[in-house]
Design a protein. Structure first.
Length: 258
């Protein structure tokens, strides 16, 4: 039954990030992706950070979800998909507290736009991660616990043991760090020969044949398909998590990612 508790506890898990660079062109030498995933959700804890998925997202069916190809490389890298104003207007349309939240006298939308365009990531990817991690896009009130703001994307947050890297404390660092880790892992996957055999972490142990670099990047950010909770114990733990949740949020917000 431990794995059931594990699945149920995913909403209280954290991820960490690492520094990255702009997308590169493929090289001839293959790159080996380490089996250890530093941004993996590790052990469930009674965490300061929790995710409360929207009921609408939970009710979506799995039609169109392909765990081997979650998002196209082109979509993943389309940093011109949203202007700064469109990002701001989108968050306002969701009633997000981030709409009026200021960092260094600049709105959050400015930093999302800046880092995504500086490093070459689609702002929609970051917006989807923001919603997936803590539901911050649909959250209307600012969290009362500072830790939820300081590590709202989980970058630099460790679970085993619980600790927080001061380098990544603060929403500005979280935004830049999340963009960096997505691009770094995309770059690392460019020389992989596809399909790429990958096994998701427990409790799933799903064997996948990943089709592209962008999807590899997502699994290196969060190493779970995320649909196991839908079938465990007759759906008792029925909230999606991991990359299924990423896909569900994207579809709800932006349509098909492939």
């Amino acid at each position: 039954m431990d794995y059931l508790k594990y699945a149920f506890g995913f909403w209280k898990d954290l991820i960490l990030g690492v520094v990255g660079i702009k997308p590169q062109t493929p090289t001839s030498a293959p790159i080996s992706i380490p089996s250890f995933v530093p941004s993996a959700i590790l052990l469930p804890i009674k965490s300061q950070i929790s995710v409360e998925p929207e009921k609408e997202i939970i009710k979506q069916n799995l039609s169109g979800f392909n765990p081997n190809l979650i998002i196209s490389d082109k979509e993943f890298l389309d940093c011109s998909s949203m202007t700064e104003k469109q990002i701001q207007d989108f968050m306002a349309s969701r009633g997000s507290f981030l709409t009026t939240y200021s960092i260094q006298d600049r709105l959050v939308s400015y930093w999302i736009y800046k880092y995504c365009n500086d490093l070459g990531l689609n702002p929609k990817v970051l917006i989807t991660h923001i919603q997936k991690e803590q539901g911050s896009i649909s959250r209307t009130t600012t969290p009362t616990k500072q830790i939820k703001l300081d590590y709202f994307l989980g970058v630099g947050a460790y679970n085993n043991p619980i600790r927080f890297d001061e380098k990544w404390r603060g929403m500005n660092n979280q935004i830049s760090g999340a963009v960096q880790v997505n691009i770094k892992r995309y770059n690392a996957a460019l020389s992989i020969k596809f399909p790429y055999a990958y096994t998701s972490e427990k409790p799933e142990f799903r064997k996948l044949q990943i089709q592209n670099a962008a999807t590899v990047s997502l699994y290196k950010y969060t190493p779970f398909v995320g649909d196991m909770a839908l079938v465990i114990d007759g759906g008792k733990y029925g909230a999606p998590f991991g990359n299924l949740l990423f896909w569900k949020v994207w579809v709800k917000f932006f349509g098909a990612p492939v």
